[in-house]
Write a protein that binds this ligand. Structure first.
Ligand code: GDP
Length: 356
């Protein structure tokens, strides 16, 4: 499955946030028999449609889609030249499909900032610079080979041109993600800054509702998404029951936990989509890539479902709610039979037919 790597300077609240990620009960529900690596946190993707379906079908369990976050050991200035945990750090990021930077915006004289002052802008620059330098090194390493090969091979000439274009972007101090660089053209170079970025601002409680502050931070990281949460409060929410948690959130002007926002935005950042299955046993959101076909979607449940795929019976969530049940949806002509070429749509409630 796809993963998001969590990075950030020391003392910004990564461990606190990660604790909240690992302690939620989505983990046990979705992976009852799995051993999860200690540096992996799983968070559910909130989807209000699931509870509605559970009501219609009288389902016993509700299983949301999930996103995996990997805690990547601390980055420090100089990581790109092997300082601190440099090389391991870079290898871990390379394996992630997106990068989530945790940025300290909370002020607390008892918590030391590595650079002596709280400045989201400076911290973002410090980390981005390390990633940019690492990419520049990767490019410089392969350029001589690409230059040689490009005289003989067309594909190498194309890669060389793309690598040189990427080098220009990086030398200007920008990440490849922020300029929308076509990552497929440099895939073989495994560059870090082509990955989608996502920023988590760890803020003081009063900043959670400070729209002017949040807009200013968003401007720093655009076009990446920004999430604002208080890691300490997030870790406290985990131990509470739902009503208690909601009350605390509302007292801070929040509609959902930062963890829930992180799940939703993280899922989106990875370019993922869900489809839904529902029955008396369980309601479930299954994760697929955007643009997946019906057999590919079936394969997420079981590889045999993909191999033996015959067709899919699909009712859209809205139609199902309007009709009140699958038989009623069939009677009203709202149930569709789709074949191998069908591209899954958001909100599809599906039953697959397959040969075993
Ligand atoms: P890491 O080094 O990035 O993993 O940071 P930690 O999660 O270990 O946090 C460093 C210190 O900051 C700890 O003492 C935390 O309790 C504290 N901390 C984390 N989040 C917050 C926050 O939102 N507000 C305040 N005031 N302190 C926090």
């Amino acid at each position: 499955s796809l993963t998001i790597g969590i990075v950030g300077l020391p003392n910004v609240g990564k461990s606190t946030l990660f604790n909240a990620l690992t302690k939620n009960d989505v983990l046990a529900a979705n992976y009852p028999f799995a051993t999860i690596e200690p540096n992996v946190g799983v968070v559910g993707v909130p989807d209000p449609r699931l509870a509605v379906l559970a009501g219609i079908f009288g389902s016993q369990r509700v299983l949301p889609a999930t996103v995996d976050f990997v805690d990547i050991a601390g980055i420090v200035r100089g990581a790109s030249v092997g300082e601190g945990l440099g090389n391991k750090f870079l290898a871990n990021i390379r394996e992630s499909d997106a990068i989530c930077q945790v940025i300290r915006a909370f002020v607390d004289p008892d918590v030391v900032h590595v650079d002596g002052k709280v400045s989201p802008k400076d911290d973002i620059e410090t980390i981005n610079t390390e990633l940019i330098l690492a990419d520049l090194q990767s490019i410089e390493k392969v350029l001589p080979r690409l230059q040689k090969e490009s005289r003989l091979k067309k594909e190498s000439a194309a890669t060389l041109a793309a690598a040189e274009a990427a080098q220009k972007v990086l030398e200007s101090g920008k990440t490849l993600f922020e300029v929308g660089f076509d990552s497929s053209s440099v895939r073989e170079l495994h560059l870090l800054t082509t990955k989608p970025f996502l920023y988590v601002f760890n803020v003081d409680e009063d900043e959670l509702t400070d729209e002017a502050f949040k807009d200013a931070q968003r401007a720093l990281v655009a076009p990446a998404e920004a999430i604002f949460l208080n890691a300490k409060i997030e870790s406290e929410l985990i131990g509470m029951d739902d009503d208690e948690a909601l009350e605390l959130l509302q007292s801070m002007g929040q509609e959902e936990a930062g963890m829930a926002t992180l799940g939703r935005v993280g899922f989106e950042t990875l370019g993922l989509q869900t489809y839904l299955t529902a029955g008396p046993k369980e309601v479930r959101a299954w994760t697929i890539k955007k643009g997946a076909t019906a057999p590919e979607a079936a394969g997420v449940i079981h590889t045999d479902f993909q191999k033996g795929f015959i067709k899919a019976e699909i009712v859209s969530f809205d139609d199902l709610v309007e009709c009140g049940s699958i038989p009623e949806a069939r009677a009203k002509g709202k149930s569709r039979i789709e074949g191998k070429e069908y591209v899954m749509q958001d909100g599809d409630v599906v039953e697959f037919r397959f040969n075993v």
